[in-house]
Design a protein around this ligand. Structure first.
Ligand code: AMP
Length: 144
């Protein structure tokens, strides 16, 4: 998929927003949702997405982008408190050549642990839903 094009309302994150796909939810806000990545690159890998449809950073409305980046900081702080990682990587991809695989704007929050290799982007194993829900609850407990 190129960097521009029509928004596909059948993409996985649209299905998650429509509650048609199970997910380990962390939190919702007026304009965003945050949930656990189902194929985590590390323990605690989570995603923040806008509720409104947009393909990427170039197309998202600024008010939605502001809401998403605010929520990224809130979730990253909660991840730090809950999981005590040694670092946190924030990533965001635009267009297939850049590594984007789901074409609904999203930010990755990826905890990093010293001496633990990161699974490749979109190459992680599918995680156990019960374990993801447990981690999501731990993160949520640390949110303001
Ligand atoms: P990207 O490759 O940057 O577009 O990121 C898409 C992310 O969505 C990847 O890290 C996937 O592991 C993740 N993902 C794909 N399907 C699901 C799903 N059903 N629930 C949660 N995360 C998913």
């Amino acid at each position: 998929m190129s960097i521009h094009g029509p928004y596909d309302p059948e993409n996985i994150f649209a299905k998650i927003l429509a509650r048609e796909m199970p997910v380990a939810m962390i939190a919702t806000s007026a304009r965003t949702i945050a949930f656990m990545d189902a194929f985590p690159q590390s323990r605690g890998h989570c995603l923040v997405i806008p509720k409104a449809p947009s393909r990427n950073l170039l197309e998202i409305a600024r008010k939605d982008l502001s809401a998403v980046t605010d929520q990224v900081q809130i979730i990253a702080k909660a991840v730090e408190k809950a999981l005590k990682p040694d670092g946190i990587t924030i990533t965001q991809f635009n267009g297939a050549p850049a590594g984007q695989t789901v074409f609904h704007t999203h930010f990755h929050i990826i905890p990093r642990y010293t001496d633990q290799a990161l699974a490749g982007h979109s190459k992680g194993q599918m995680a156990d839903m019960a374990e993801l829900k447990k981690i999501a609850a731990e993160i949520r407990e640390q949110m303001p």
